[in-house]
Design a protein around this ligand. Structure first.
Ligand SMILES: CSC[C@H]1O[C@@H](n2cnc3c(O)ncnc32)[C@H](O)[C@@H]1O
Ligand SMILES: [Zn+2]
Length: 443
């Protein structure tokens, strides 16, 4: 028997609700109720007093909004934050990051690094993250125990690493993981072929065939720099996006990460196939990779999500900073102050990610019936005063430290700024040990 309609699990009374859908709307003096892990009511405050709740929370000066969706990252690379800075992509990867990963990456590294990443993400308002990294089984364990929602795209590469010998082994281990996690409601498993320059065409073809058969997401680094595109044209006579299209790898399950080098034809192809773009503005700026033309993509109806990329190229995992960077870089690169307004950046950081993951009916906005993945943000501090428009403050004035509460599927994972399921003292001491180990092996 279901509970009477006026009995709910949790009842929240913020000053504002920013639902994201409909776009640009801010609800004043409304309340939100959670029942069975879903949003059961959004209603004016005076009518909310008719509801009976197990837990009721007054949130004065606070805004409720959907949890942020970080659609691209390498969570365990949080242990390599600040390890190699101020370098462009290829020397950064080939001379610093890949050698360090070869030396240090193990299941323990991934477990601890992912837990550190999740702690940072939850505290700064991310309730769903996507991860492409080695030992995704260890990342899954960290994600499941923390309660966060995740998309784990298992890596596929042509070369051997500590996790697998060759592309076939990456794929078979990844598919076994997918099978092992099939009953985990908060975890989606997909393919993560690293990039067209590290995965051969036949191996990309295998990924395309299997992903279509199993109907699972595929995430790939693509057109990250103009150098990548030029090298591919010289080697294969075509742009990487055309290669992906030729082998049937572009479609509504595909998440193309970075996409800084895009011509009109590329955009037409993205629009025609329904592929998604994952914009990582901070990583692109730090590695001086280029700028994804987010405003033009949105104008053409192409879905754009946001991602931080790994902490070694960002150097944080804070989606408030990513939203702000997407708006600012969008304006600068389009030479148009009206490009990427606050509401578009907020949409990309929430619904954009949800749509790319195929979860648009479940997360990404505050609507009744959706999963209760949401955050409370305190807009009463000096950095948010005076307050003319809460939506503007969320994108242009906040920095993530204003997040007071985070809920995933109705479970509170951050309460008054504190993580409820992660022992931060123990986690920080494990991180200090990694820092010592990595430092001593560098010397
Ligand atoms: C196959 S696991 C992920 C792999 O990707 C590397 N990586 C991290 N950031 C980037 C980036 O911006 N472009 C390309 N590759 C990146 C990471 O170090 C892992 O080796
Ligand atoms: Zn990446």
């Amino acid at each position: 028997m279901s509970a009477p309609e006026n009995i709910v699990d949790t009842l929240l009374h913020p000053d504002w609700i920013v639902p994201v859908v409909p776009r640009g709307v801010v609800l004043d003096k409304h309340s939100l109720a959670i029942s069975g892990g879903r949003i059961s009511h959004i209603l004016p405050r005076d009518r909310a007093r008719d509801l009976q709740a197990d837990e009721e929370l007054e949130l004065p000066g606070q805004a409720l909004m959907p949890g942020l969706v970080n659609l691209h990252g390498h969570a365990a690379m949080s242990l390599l934050r600040g390890f190699a800075d101020d370098l462009p992509l290829i020397p950064w990867l080939e001379q610093h990051i890949w050698p360090a990963e070869g030396q240090h990456v193990s299941a323990e590294f991934v477990r601890d690094g992912t837990e550190l990443a999740i702690a940072e993400m939850l505290r700064s308002g991310t309730t769903t993250f996507s991860d492409m990294y080695f030992f995704p089984d260890a990342a899954a364990a960290a994600a499941i125990s923390s309660g966060i929602r995740s998309q784990l795209v298992f890596p596929v590469l042509d070369f051997a690493t500590a996790w697998a010998r060759d592309a076939d082994e990456y794929i078979s281990k990844g598919l076994r993981l997918r099978d092992d996690l099939k009953h985990q409601a908060l975890v989606t498993v997909g393919f993560g072929p690293h990039a067209p320059y590290t995965v051969s065409r036949p191996n990309l073809q295998k990924v395309a065939t299997l992903a279509a058969e199993l109907d699972v997401p595929v995430q790939i680094h693509l057109h990250e720099t103009t150098g990548e595109v030029l090298a591919a044209v010289e080697e294969n006579g075509e742009r990487p996006l055309d290669t992906l299209n030729a082998i049937g790898l572009l479609g509504p399950r595909t998440q193309c990460v970075h996409m800084t080098d895009l011509g009109d034809q590329d955009m037409a192809l993205l629009a025609a196939t329904g592929a998604h773009v994952v914009h990582c503005p901070k990583s692109n700026m730090k590695l001086a990779s280029g700028a994804c033309p987010a405003a033009r993509l949105l104008d053409k109806g192409i879905n754009v999500a946001l991602g931080t990329d790994g902490a070694a190229s960002n150097n944080g995992l804070n989606m408030f900073m990513e939203m702000q960077s997407a708006a600012l870089l969008g304006k600068l690169s389009a030479a148009d102050a009206a490009a990427v307004p606050a509401e578009d950046s907020l949409y990309m950081a929430t619904m954009g990610g949800a749509r790319a993951m195929g979860l648009a009916d479940d997360i990404g906005s505050l609507e009744t019936g959706k999963q209760a993945d949401l955050i409370a943000v305190n807009l009463s501090g000096p950095e948010c005063q005076p307050l003319y428009n809460p939506l503007s403050q969320l994108v242009y004035a906040c920095n993530g430290s204003q997040v007071t509460h985070s809920w995933v599927a109705g479970h509170v994972l951050v309460r008054e700024g504190n993580l409820t399921r992660i022992n931060i003292t123990d986690l920080l001491s494990r991180c200090a040990r990694w820092q010592q180990k990595i430092n001593s092996q560098q010397a």
